[in-house]
Design a protein around this ligand. Structure first.
Ligand code: FAD
Length: 465
């Protein structure tokens, strides 16, 4: 790699946004340099996010299923859990995927540079690795620096206070485990540690768990979890103090105790975009009012030849948003007429039961004064759900009253994260309730519940129980 070379594209950050942009740009014939500070590509998602959490959740689901399977006439002895093996399995899955990315980079002749990149100006990035520094020159750049866990200000320095990255390391199994934040990450962690033997307490400031989703959608999950965990909603943590025998948390909320002691605390109250340290000021980029790098629909920043994608440009902070934006940036740089115009970005909590939603929630529709028709199908009436022990699930679909077109959907239950994509496609294609109810769905499937919800709206089923 010569320092005089001017790359068509330099990508800063090798997460799902960055590596997707790099791959697409190389596939379109551009010369690409991919700069990543970590040894592994894959960013948060592959190394300390989506993939390790889902691998551990799968292990937790197996433990949970084994414990509940007696009703089918099958019994196992109490599971013996080998945490080292579970961690090895997680590391093996992560290693396989990050290794795969290395191969894909090589196959595309992308130059990988390991080190921390800082923009010097609108045509070069200084990359530091230990004592070494080199300069990468570019015609276009893509900022894909991602995000990091938000740390509540004023928390004591204590190795028993974790963020999600610490939690995924499974270094120890705390007996009394406080999770601050009842969102997706907090609940997924709770499920993993509960299966491994922790007593879980969850504190959520908002009125219900997973606040962006509708309350009634989350209710079956809440009812299940409240039998296993102590859950305090509408509750604030006001103080955290380190002690010899544990960490004392003080709470403010109707049902919460004033104080309680824990062996570890996980802070899962959201993430912050990584906007500092990489020379934003040297390329003239300001942040928007929420602290993100502003971009247009082509993912272009105000710097013109510099694009930005993924968690650093806005919510929702999700891997599939980052990778789609990465593709758009690469295509625009290659001269294609591309834009990020997704009608919706689905969200999934990989809890048991799963919660997935897309488009408009019912709460949002009410707030915006949108007239809608609601089809809500309880899974207690689904043969497939009953046979798979998923009767508590629900599928709800919102249709615009005037046009009849789908505007939003939410699913709570087994495989909700897979099922939601039928609704996403329906929204993208402008389907109405008739399109959905007249589409023949295989029986017995969980996907049928989506068609049944539409049939409720078109009046072709009324008696569902
Ligand atoms: P990142 O993946 O954060 O990658 C940014 C990369 O840039 C990092 O590798 C970083 O080292 C590198 N970098 C930053 N600055 C520099 C610099 N100056 N020089 C060199 N390198 C730099 N999303 C989902 O869609 N589904 C899930 O199930 C899911 N689960 C999650 C679970 C957890 C516990 C967490 C924490 C997150 C989860 N997410 C999930 C979110 C998802 O991981 C992120 O939305 C996604 O990784 C964002 O991709 P990105 O490319 O924008 O940034």
């Amino acid at each position: 790699m010569s320092e005089d070379k001017i790359y068509d594209v330099a990508v800063l950050g090798g997460g799902p946004g960055g590596y997707t942009a790099a791959f697409r740009a190389a596939d379109l014939g551009l010369s690409v340099c991919l700069i990543e500070q970590a040894g592994n590509l894959g960013g948060t998602c592959l190394n300390v996010g989506c993939i390790p959490s889902k691998t551990l959740l799968h292990g937790a689901a197996v433990i949970e299923e084994a414990a509940e399977i007696e009703k089918y006439g099958i019994s196992f002895p109490k599971p013996e859990i080998d945490v080292d093996k579970l961690r090895d399995r997680k590391n093996q899955v992560v290693g396989q995927l990050t290794g795969g990315l290395d191969q894909l980079c090589k196959a595309r002749k992308i130059d990988r540079v390991t080190g921390f990149g800082v923009f010097k100006d609108k045509g070069s990035i200084a990359v530091r690795s230990g004592e070494d520094e080199r300069t990468i020159r570019f015609a276009h750049a893509v900022i894909a620096t991602g995000s990091y866990p938000f740390r509540i200000p004023g928390l004591p320095e204590d190795e028993r206070i974790w963020d999600s990255t610490d939690g995924l390391e499974i270094k120890s199994i705390p007996k009394r485990f406080l999770i601050i934040g009842g969102g997706i990450i907090g609940l997924e962690m709770a499920q993993i540690y509960h299966a491994l033997g922790s007593e879980i307490t969850i504190v959520e400031m908002m009125e219900h768990l997973i606040p962006p989703a509708d309350k009634d959608l989350v209710q079956p999950l809440f009812l299940k979890l409240k039998k296993r965990y102590s859950i305090y909603t509408s509750t604030k943590v006001t103080k955290i103090e380190s002690g010899k025998n544990g960490i004392t948390a003080s709470f403010e909320g109707k049902k919460a105790p004033e104080q309680a002691e824990f062996d570890a605390v996980l802070v899962a109250v959201g993430r912050r975009p990584s906007t500092e340290g990489w020379g934003r000021e040297n390329i003239g980029l300001d942040l928007d009012e929420r602290g993100f790098v502003p971009v247009d629909k082509q993912m272009r920043t105000i710097a013109g030849n510099i694009f930005a994608i993924g968690d650093v440009v806005g919510n929702p902070m999700l891997a599939h948003k980052a990778s789609h934006e990465g593709k758009v940036a690469a295509e625009v740089i290659a001269g294609k007429k591309s834009a990020f115009e997704a009608m919706t970005i689905p969200s999934v909590a990989y809890t048991s039961p799963e919660i997935a939603w897309m488009g408009m929630t019912e709460k949002e529709a009410k707030e915006k004064g949108i007239e809608y028709k609601l089809g809500k199908f309880p899974w207690g009436a689904s043969g497939r759900a009953l046979s798979a022990d998923g009767a508590s699930g629900t599928t709800k679909v919102l249709f615009d009253s005037e046009s009849g077109r789908i505007i939003g959907a939410g699913i709570c239950g087994l495989n909700a994260g897979e099922l939601i994509h039928e609704a996403v496609l329906a929204l993208e294609m402008g389907a109405d309730f008739e399109d959905i109810s007249l589409t023949v769905h295989a029986h017995p499937t969980l996907a049928e519940t989506f068609a049944f919800a539409a049939e409720i709206v078109d009046g072709s089923i009324t008696d569902i129980m």
